[in-house]
Design a binder for this molecule. Structure first.
Ligand SMILES: Nc1ncnc2c1ncn2[C@@H]1O[C@H](COP(=O)(O)OP(=O)(O)OP(=O)(O)O)[C@@H](O)[C@H]1O
Ligand SMILES: [Mg+2]
Length: 1017
């Protein structure tokens, strides 16, 4: 069953010799043997054991076990009788349960706590044949694991050969050793590829349920937050947002690595055996875990034990390749299990029939027919007893027919034998088993009961079948979401289930699958996240393709939640393959939804070309179908990867989308796309006051998202626009609201853009230290996640140019140029600009001018995000080169270009800088009126908006001008202001931050401080 259903309780094992009460698996063990108890009897025993310190009254029992129904005291008595029978207890000399007449009972045996062994599947009542060679092999592995060498072991062999039984027996023995922990994960047929990490999550779930302290949860929070997040109920209220942030944009690589580290931490003080059953059905993410774990080098006491059938199948061939590869490198052991030899079958029969004389001759018949397959052997033996060929009479086993006459009657295959058995059942029993076969190897009774009222009947029928050892056996009980207790059962073996399932007609199969889906939905509501893969499988087999596709899309989102984006792509491709089976008029909307998710997933993986292709197909499809809103949406998505690949196309696509949206008659849709289109033009093409107004108007139409909802991508784009027109505080506010709490593919995008806007706003506000902290934290996170850090490297380069650490900026840009697979205009530009300013500082005018000219030349550096911003800075540089070189005429003309370019933007920093540079040119030419005009205009820019980033430079030049023109007081005042602004920038950094020193050491800053000393003197 899916994870959701496994409720968390403080399950442990209680030992009371010679029994073990396993409350995790809801079963009672006597030594190696599982003792059958009805669910209620189990609960009663458990209640008594858990309150062994005192008398438990009749009323208390009724209250605890039958809270909502009236039950007679006699019923309790009956259950106690049953329990005593099982325990072999006598009321007159009680070893376990003492009766206090008319009052109640007390459990009197000494109990100790332990841990559950396993959710074992083997039937304890059949004999066990030792596989000596295999046992020696696995015990050798166990020894190596105990010494700290990680072990990965694959037990392989055909269906029914005895893998599970072998592993169970090993694990049971190992479980008797002190300080050994065992967890199991079961791969489920049909879940592979749809439920990423299914068996691994199951194993962790067991660990969590078993530990009654906070230790494991804390360890997960510290070492494996991506996994803790998969168990929302364990995450404390205040912790959730932080965890989400910590794990945003995480990748499969990170998740897998964290899992390995978690195992290493858990196994630090005790050996851990992790059993992964039926790996041939594993999802690719789980195989990744196995592969990565096997390849790590750290010493750790873990034994990872997987079972695998060699049959064909996609993930199976991946697994076979993985196994071979690990084996070649000596990183795993393989234990192949063979079919039983004749001698082993003989031993089996000897044990089963107390060494009766007929056993040896009967064994050769059975060995021949079963081909030595353990499953078939055990089934045949069971059948011989069931049909009366072998009987227990007078304390001994007897054959009722001569061996020679048995042979012809033996069914030629297991399937035939099961068919015969099945046909002999009552129609109610048959119906029940048919419905169960649709659910899986293990099934809860409630899934086949039409409603709560029928549950008891179903359990009754199942209980009877189990008692006769036909097809199924009980495995425990669980509490459902609505509080009902329901028993669980399992087929003796997967082939038993298949025998029944295979016989269902297509119509019956559909009907049962649909009923199963309906039961799931009835209990968990229409969108139970953890059950989506299961639901999808039921719908698909019920030929309900539309609902299957809906569930698959949710399953894909679920995979993305586990950072298994590649797996989510597989699920989406599968959903796509089902589309042709949906009636044609309903296909297109589904296809559109799937394509958009495929585009999102590719984008999250950084595959921009594939992402663009998916969105483009989506858009074309919507266009053909005349679906306006869908088309606009697809185009809005398409513009995102295009922004990186080809900004001009992004702009064109959004322009088209804006035109198309006019037909939508939905003002919000229109406003969103208008904002995107105008905002993209502003950021990628050039500043335009008109577009800025369009953004502002559109933003007012889009409903403001409340505190809980994360604002959309368009809002984050607009935050950049705001930051660049002097509304940096508003931009910062918006960006911080956009730091999202969800980690789905699209969420990552909004988050990235929110961080980008946040950093930009902080830079514009002169909060350099804060900007640096966000950059560093984001870089750390990206590194942890194994995702590309490009965005944050860009922002770091930007910050370094602002603090005049030009060498550092060039280093960062170099890294970007070497690592990026996408257009690198931005890295080239910032690098060139920094090189130019560095050359200028060194007096290398020609080199500096060349750099600045390259940046300004659109042929050298094509369009990219905010290219115009850097080109204005290049013009500042070019003007200063001429100024320093003493070529006033060219300096003046460069200043003219600069002012025109800067005034075409709305960025007060750029505008003020342009005027300030113009003032410097005028000062050099002793053109005092022009200088004064320019500096006054620059100062005016400062008063209109917050411009802490560049204010110090303006005041410094103002001070210089007034000093030269003899206005000492004004000069001193501006000098003070310049220093004030500069100090604020410097102090925004931590005291020992190297970038702070870079700013302090920069030539213009040193000069300003020097002047101060001179003025004081
Ligand atoms: N060593 C053994 N001794 C006695 N009986 C065995 C042994 N191994 C297997 N069996 C019998 O064969 C049945 C099937 O074995 P088991 O479930 O272990 O096979 P498997 O290899 O795990 O099959 P699958 O590939 O389908 O999972 C068991 O239920 C048991 O009855
Ligand atoms: Mg098995």
């Amino acid at each position: 069953m899916a994870l959701l259903e496994r409720h968390r309780d403080l399950a442990t094992v209680k030992h009371f010799d010679p029994f073990r009460l396993d409350t995790t698996n809801h079963c009672l063990w006597r030594g190696d043997e599982r003792v059958t108890l009805t669910p209620k009897a189990f609960d009663l025993l458990r209640y008594l054991v858990e309150h062994a310190d005192r008398l438990v009254t009749h009323d208390e029992i009724l209250e605890a076990l039958w809270p909502d129904t009236y039950v007679n005291h006699e019923v309790v008595k009956k259950y106690i009788l049953g329990i005593r029978k099982v325990l072999g207890d006598r009321p007159d000399q009680p070893q376990f349960i003492r009766t206090f007449p008319k009052r109640g009972y007390q459990f009197v045996a000494a109990t100790t706590d332990g841990q559950p062994t396993t959710g074992s599947a083997a039937d304890p009542t059949t004999p066990f044949i030792e596989r000596r060679a295999a046992r020696a092999q696995i015990e050798a592995c166990l020894k190596r694991a105990l010494l700290g060498t990680r072990q990965v072991v694959f037990v392989t062999g055909e269906a029914g050969v005895g893998k599970t039984t072998f592993v169970d027996m090993f694990v049971r023995r190992a479980g008797l050793m002190p300080q050994v922990q065992i967890v199991r994960g079961q791969c489920v047929e049909g879940f592979g590829g749809q439920e990423a990490y299914y068996p691994v999550l199951e194993a962790i779930d067991q660990l969590l349920r078993r530990s009654d302290d906070e230790r494991i949860v804390q360890m997960l929070a510290a070492r494996a937050p991506t996994w803790l997040l998969q168990f929302p109920s364990l995450v404390k209220a205040g912790q959730h947002a932080a965890l989400q942030r910590e794990t945003l944009g995480a990748t499969r690589e990170r998740m897998v690595r964290e899992f390995c580290e978690m195992l290493e931490a858990i196994a630090a003080d005790r050996l851990l055996i992790l059993v992964l059953e039926d790996l041939h059905w594993a999802d690719l993410a789980t195989l990744d875990v196995v592969s990565t774990f096997a390849r790590r080098r750290e010493p750790v006491r873990v034994l990872l034990l997987g079972t695998q059938r060699p049959a064909a199948g996609a993930s199976n061939s991946t697994l076979s390749r993985l196994r071979q590869d690990l084996s070649i490198h000596g990183l795993c052991q393989q234990i192949p299990l063979e079919t039983f030899e004749l001698a082993e079958v003989s031993e089996y029969l000897g044990r089963e029939f107390d060494h009766a004389g007929f056993a040896p001759s009967l064994s050769s018949v059975i060995h021949r027919h079963a081909g030595g397959n353990a499953l078939f052997v055990s089934a045949l033996v069971r059948d011989l007893v069931a049909n009366g060929t072998v009987v227990h009479d007078d304390g001994e086993w007897k054959l009722t027919a001569p061996v020679q006459s048995i042979a012809p009657g033996v069914p030629p295959s297991l399937q035939d034998m099961l068919n015969v058995q099945f046909d002999q059942l009552t129609s109610v029993e048959q119906r029940m088993l048919r419905a169960a076969s649709v659910i899986g190897e293990r099934f809860p009774a409630w899934m086949i009961a039409a409603d709560a009222g029928e549950l008891e009947d179903v359990e009754g029928v199942c209980e009877q079948l189990a008692e006769r050892r036909l097809f199924i056996r009980p495995t425990g009980i669980t509490e459902l979401a609505d509080g009902t207790m329901s028993a669980h059962y399992e087929f003796h073996h997967a082939l038993y289930r298949q025998a029944i399932y295979g016989r269902l007609s297509d119509v019956a199969r559909s009907r049962f699958h649909l009923a199963a889906a309906a039961r799931l939905e009835a209990l968990y509501g229409p969108r139970p996240l953890a059950l989506t893969a299961e639901l999808a499988a039921h719908f698909e087999k019920a030929h309900e393709y539309e609902r299957a596709i809906q569930s698959l899309m949710l399953a894909a989102a679920n995979a993305a939640r586990r950072f298994a984006v590649r797996d989510s792509l597989d699920v989406l491709q599968h959903a796509m393959s089902l589309v042709p089976r949906v009636p044609s008029p309903r296909r297109t909307p589904l296809e559109i939804q799937i394509l958009e998710r495929i585009g999102d997933a590719h984008y999250a993986l950084g595959a921009m070309v594939e992402s663009a292709l998916a969105y483009e197909t989506e858009s074309a499809l919507a266009s053909r179908a005349g679906l306006i809103t869908a088309r606009v949406q697809a185009q809005s998505c398409l513009a995102r990867p295009l922004g990186l690949l080809d900004p001009d196309r992004a702009i064109a696509v959004l322009r088209e989308a804006a035109d198309v949206s006019l037909a939508a008659e939905d003002p919000v849709v229109q406003a969103r796309v208008a904002l995107l289109a105008a905002g993209t033009r502003l950021l990628y093409d050039g500043w335009d006051a008109n577009d800025a107004r369009v953004c502002e108007t559109a933003e007012q139409v889009i409903p403001a998202s409340g505190d809980t909802a994360t604002p959309g991508f368009d809002r984050m784009l607009y935050a950049h626009v705001q930051a660049l027109q002097g509304d940096a505080s508003a931009a910062l506010n918006a960006a911080e609201r956009g730091l999202p709490r969800s980690n789905e593919a699209t969420g990552v995008l909004v988050h990235l853009f929110a961080l980008s806007a946040q950093i930009l706003a902080l830079l514009q506000l002169g909060r350099f230290g804060d900007a640096l902290r966000v950059v560093r934290a984001s870089q750390d996170l990206a590194q942890k996640n194994g995702s590309d850090q490009w965005l944050f490297l860009y922002r770091e380069a930007w910050l370094r140019t602002l603090v005049m650490d030009f060498a550092g900026a060039q280093r960062v840009c170099q890294t970007l140029l070497q690592s990026s697979v996408y257009p690198t205009g931005q890295a080239k530009t910032i690098g060139q600009l920094a090189a130019g300013f560095q050359a200028l500082g060194e007096g290398a005018h020609d080199r500096a001018r060349q750099c600045f000219e390259d940046v300004s030349d659109p042929a050298q550096t094509p369009k990219f995000f905010l290219h115009w911003y850097w080109r204005v800075h290049a013009l500042v540089g070019a003007t200063r080169v001429w100024l320093q070189a003493g070529d006033l005429a060219r300096a003046r003309s460069a200043a003219g270009y600069l002012t025109r370019a800067a005034l075409a933007t709305a960025d007060p920093n750029l505008r003020a800088l342009a005027w300030e540079t113009t003032a410097q040119v005028a000062i050099a030419g002793t053109d005092w009126p022009s200088a004064e005009h320019a500096i006054e205009t620059a100062l005016e820019e400062l008063t209109r908006r917050d411009t802490p980033m560049s204010a110090w430079q303006i005041h410094a030049t103002a001070s210089d001008l007034y000093r030269r023109t003899g206005r000492r007081e004004a000069s001193a005042a501006h000098h003070d202001r310049a220093l004030e602004h500069l100090e604020a920038l410097v102090h925004s950094f931590e005291p020992d931050e190297p970038l702070r020193q870079a700013l302090v050491d920069a030539a213009p800053v040193r000069r300003l401080r020097q002047e101060w000393i001179e003025m004081e003197l």
